[in-house]
Structures are given as structure tokens and as C-alpha cells.
Design a protein. Structure first.
Length: 324
């Protein structure tokens, strides 16, 4: 149990074809990011380029934790993860006194910079996420390559239960990846209304001064912008997610915000021929005549769009900031 960081590929030997098939499933759980390097079922040898980086544990333990997190194997994680029998020394997860996994003496990431918490969250394994947080996995640990966190990955894949577990464990919904993408952007792009509601719910409760169902954390902004100036409402509009558009408008998202090219949420909807999202935006009072810096307009891009949108007269009492 040393502190020196070590790098090693996953190299396992299985005794029979059945267990080899199980190992192959684990290595191919993410076939794009974890390509199989070698498989000889007759011999029972498999190798996959996990390229683990670890501290505070042996390589085989680190390998097993990564694979258990990927598959959501709670029993295996309970057996492998370090225990924290004295929480008073480290505080609750997410608190100022909490001690993350690295400070408690262990950490592991794969060759792509993903830790077990991110892998479990991406796969929708809420139980595994809870176990990792209990073992002091840092809730906001980010991939050094792209800055993605477990919360962002869970939101991207629409895993409501995982998002709730991460928020309860202290994950900050305002944390952004290197390109400025937040979990709310990710939920908007994937059309995950449940996730978006969880992320926005924290802001509403904290503003009203009510007791939070989830642990206290910085509020997430409905108008957060990524590196290109895109807001969650623009992302939801481009994905034709009417439900998320409506939710963001209720949270006060700006209908006339523009990205770096001068595109509004309605222009993004028009470019994607997103009829349902366009209807929500227009009903909320979005301008249908807005033009981008390059002169792009909805009528020019999608001349038939407005004809396909069923509209009631916009409520003049609704301001361009949607829910205000």
C-alpha cells in the first residue's frame, strides 16, 4: 500500500472459457474507450490497455475496482474499497471537512483519465456510485483530459438516480468541463427532463430558504454558457426537447441570449427543424425575427417551420427571460 503512482495494463488469466467470456464483457463494457488488445480464449489469456494509474493499492485491486465500477458490481466494490470507520475524522461527503479518496490514501484512473466514480456514473450504477462516495471518492473529481465529472457524465446519459446520489454526496452542479459544458448543458442535449429538474431544484430550494432534500451546494445557473457561448436552453432547443425547454424557461432562462455567432435559442431550434421546441419558445415570447451575426434567420433556414408550429397567442405578460 504505497503512495508511488504506478502504471500497468490490465493482464488477467482465466481458468475456463466461461470466466474468460465474463472478463471480455468487462473489458468491452466501453468498446470505444477500452478496445480489446488480445484475446486467446483457448489459452484463457486476455489483455486490455487499461493503463491504470494508481496510488495506495496493488495493481490487481485497482483493476478489480475499475471493472467493478464499470459493471456496477456492488458486492465486489464492498469487498475491495477501503472502509472509513471513523467518519468524524473526515466529515460527511461534500462537506468542508470531508476527505476525498486521494487524501484517504487511494486513487485509481484508467488510461483515459476516468476514475471509478465516473465509470459507475456513466453506466448508470447508482448503488456503485453510493459505495464509492462512502469510500471517499471525490464527488467533483474531473478527467484531466477533458474536465468531465461523474455528474456531467450521468446527466449526459440521463441517469436520474445517479445524479441524485452525486448531488446528495456533494457534487457541485456548477462545475464545468474544459469546454465550459455543465451538467445542465448535458441534460439539455440529451433531453433528460428528470435530470434537469434535479439540477435546477437545488437552486429553487436554496433561494426559498427551505430545508434542502439534497446537500447544500452552489446553485446552477439556467444561463450558464460554454466556450462557444451556448446556454442550456440553446442545447435543448437544438435537441428538440420541448419539456426541457419549458423547464428552463420556468427557471428564468433567457430567451434572447446569443452564442458567439449571434444565434438565439429559437435560431438553434430552426436550424434543427425542431418544431416542438420552437413552439415552446414562441409561446414563451421568443422573437421569430432574430438574425445571427451572419444574417441567418429562421424564415430563411426553415421557411416551412412556422407553418408546422401550432401556436396560441404569446402571453404578453411573459418577459423574454421566460419564467420571470
Amino acid at each position: 500500500m504505497g503512495s508511488n503512482r504506478e502504471q500497468t495494463p490490465y493482464l488477467g488469466r482465466s481458468r475456463n472459457p466461461a470466466s474468460v467470456r465474463y472478463d471480455l464483457e468487462m473489458c468491452n463494457h466501453r468498446p470505444v474507450r477500452l478496445p480489446l488488445a488480445e484475446a486467446q480464449i483457448g489459452v484463457g489469456i486476455i489483455a486490455a490497455p487499461l493503463g491504470l494509474r494508481m496510488s495506495g493499492m496493488e495493481s490487481r485491486t485497482a483493476e478489480a475496482i475499475i471493472l467493478a465500477a464499470m459493471s456496477g458490481d456492488g458486492d465486489e466494490l464492498r469487498r475491495l474499497l477501503p472502509t472509513n470507520e471513523t467518519p468524524e475524522e473526515g466529515g460527511e461527503p461534500g462537506s468542508e471537512e470531508s476527505t476525498d479518496a486521494t487524501a484517504n490514501g487511494w486513487s485509481v484512473t484508467d488510461v483515459y483519465g476516468s476514475g471509478p466514480l465516473a465509470l459507475a456514473a456513466s453506466g448508470g450504477h447508482a448503488n456503485a456510485v453510493g459505495l464509492l462516495l462512502k469510500a471517499r471518492a471525490a464527488p467533483d473529481e474531473s478527467n484531466e483530459r477533458d474536465g468531465q465529472t461523474a455528474l456531467l457524465l450521468a446527466a449526459e446519459n440521463g441517469h436520474d438516480e445517479v445524479v441524485a446520489a452525486l448531488l446528495s454526496g456533494g457534487a457541485d452542479p456548477a462545475t464545468a468541463a474544459h469546454d465550459g459544458t455543465t451538467a445542465l448543458h448535458a441534460a439539455a442535449r440529451s433531453g433528460s427532463e428528470g435530470v434537469a429538474r434535479l439540477l435546477l431544484q437545488r437552486k429553487e430550494e436554496s433561494e426559498e430558504g427551505e430545508e434542502l432534500e439534497l446537500s447544500a451546494a452552489p446553485a446552477v445557473s439556467a444561463d450558464a454558457v460554454d466556450a462557444s457561448g451556448m446556454t442550456p436552453l440553446m442545447a435543448a432547443a437544438a435537441a428538440d426537447s420541448a419539456a426541457v425547454c419549458a423547464l428552463l424557461c420556468e427557471a428564468g432562462a433567457c430567451l434572447e441570449a446569443t452564442d458567439e455567432n449571434g444565434w438565439s435559442p429559437f435560431l438553434h431550434a430552426a436550424a434543427a427543424n425542431a418544431v416542438n421546441a420552437a413552439a415552446v419558445l414562441l409561446q414563451r415570447g421568443a422573437s421569430r425575427d432574430h438574425q445571427s451575426f451572419g444574417g441567418h434567420a429562421a424564415e430563411k433556414m426553415q421557411p416551412d417551420l412556422l407553418g408546422g408550429v401550432s401556436l396560441t397567442a404569446p402571453d404578453e405578460s411573459v418577459s423574454p427571460r421566460g419564467g420571470e
